[in-house]
Design a protein around this ligand. Structure first.
Ligand code: FES
Length: 170
């Protein structure tokens, strides 16, 4: 793996009070601070929307975890966003059950409706589309999540309604 962080002159940003407070709370659930890496990245993402290199370095320094180790955690866990994302992240399952029940067609529909492919964000920053492995909801496939909300038995029409709902809330 290329060590992007070490190859640049990046500096850790200051964690906010809220972030530190929540990370400290997580630490009470684990036997040692280094085990909190993933939870700390999730906390940073909750407040910042994504995990920049500067944020990753901040967590690395705060928990005394080597940046490369933390990067490995972030890469392995596909719900940690290492690039800026839109306000609503559409996580479309593309594993077997969803694939058998037409997730490719749904993806094509989302792409033509929003004008974005996987990994892209709409120009108004409203939506980012990301493929994810099984969401554990195979009996209600095809499924996707938008943020923390799970949507099942999807059809193109349902997706239109879901997208319209998020646009109406904007
Ligand atoms: S394969 Fe899509 S939820 Fe399991």
């Amino acid at each position: 793996m290329t060590n992007i962080i070490a190859s640049t002159a990046l500096k850790a940003r200051q964690l906010t009070e809220e972030e530190i407070h929540e990370i400290e709370h997580e630490k009470t659930h684990y036997p040692y601070a280094q085990a909190v890496g993933l939870e700390a990245l999730k906390i940073v993402q909750k407040y910042q929307g994504w995990v920049s290199d500067e944020s990753l370095l901040a967590v690395s320094e705060y928990l005394d975890i080597p940046p490369d180790d933390l990067e490995g955690v972030a890469t392995f866990f596909n719900m940690i966003f290492r690039r800026p994302v839109g306000k609503n992240v559409i996580l479309l399952c593309d594993s077997v059950a969803c694939w058998m029940l037409g997730c490719d067609d749904l993806k094509a529909h989302i792409t033509s409706t929003l004008g974005i492919d996987y990994g892209e964000t709409t120009e108004d920053d409203m939506f980012t589309l990301i493929p994810v492995p099984c969401l554990g909801d195979c009996d209600k496939a095809p499924s996707m999540m938008v943020g923390r909300e799970l949507y099942r038995n999807l059809t193109n029409e349902k997706i239109d309604q879901i997208i319209a709902g998020y646009k109406a809330k904007a």
